[in-house]
Design a protein around this ligand. Structure first.
Ligand SMILES: [Zn+2]
Length: 134
């Protein structure tokens, strides 16, 4: 991966994704920001999209939108109390967020467990090597 402006090697963590396949290293990003020219409509739209993507929560936005659409549809149908609909939407979002965060925690624990097992294996190997030397 290289900077779209100066061609310097960059990583996803050290670069700024402007969208549309444009990635800038931090110095090009700062230079760009210091030009003080007004951002074009395209620049703004790309920046907004990029910020939205980076700040996404654990529950995908499309799922949240589905829940809200469903709630609105039920509210317009007028067969249920609005507070009950709001309550059930909040319950569903809470349940999904809990599941999503739980899944992230399990991923972290699994990665940790894997690296501990590898370390344990390495220690066993070294202990065996020391025993073989004696
Ligand atoms: Zn650059």
């Amino acid at each position: 991966m290289t900077c779209s402006e100066c061609g310097a090697p960059i990583t996803r963590e050290s670069s700024f994704d402007l969208g549309g396949g444009k990635n800038l290293c931090s110095s090009c990003f700062i230079n760009r920001a210091q030009e003080r020219r007004p951002l074009s409509k395209d620049d703004l739209a790309r920046l907004r999209k990029s910020v939205q993507r980076e700040s996404a929560g654990p529950v995908p936005r499309t799922i949240l939108e589905d829940i809200l659409h469903d709630g609105l549809r039920r509210a317009y149908a007028g067969k249920e109390d609005t507070p009950a609909i709001v309550q059930s939407m909040a319950d569903e979002i809470e349940r999904l967020a809990t599941l999503a965060v739980g899944r992230q925690v399990i991923d972290v624990i699994s990665a940790l467990q894997k690296s501990l097992l590898e370390e344990e294996e390495e220690i066993r190997r070294q202990v065996k090597r020391v025993a073989d030397l004696e």
